[in-house]
Design a protein around this ligand. Sequence first.
Ligand code: AMP
Ligand code: ZN
Length: 113
Amino acid sequence: MNDCLFCKIIKGEIPSDKVYEDELVYVFKDINPTAPVHLLVIPKQHISKLDEVTAENSGVIAHIYEVIARLAKELDLKDGFRVVTNCGESAGQSVFHIHFHLLAGRPLLWPAG
Ligand code: AMP
Ligand code: ZN
């Protein structure tokens, strides 16, 4: 996926504010934060969107949640946080490399609009 923005960020071709990286995932600050903590957690493997998760590639999704749980402890998000994945344009997905928004640091209204 040569022209995928997030694949380029993983490769370092586009700069990002990296928070964490391992062999499977990359975590960086959202360029347009909607909360005091607004991170994007992405697999290094290109998966376009949530409905492309299968038995073959879901291991990385489980790993992403492990990383989120660890980051929440390290960042001391004990007042709560939210994880959001938009799937498809009408749900608000604008970058078609699956990503998990990690939001915290302010009251988060529910239900979301
Ligand atoms: P979504 O709308 O759910 O697809 O989320 C895409 C997110 O990527 C948005 O919150 C954008 O602010 C964020 N974003 C877009 N380009 C960049 C970038 N170059 N660096 C960091 N975050 C970005
Ligand atoms: Zn990609």
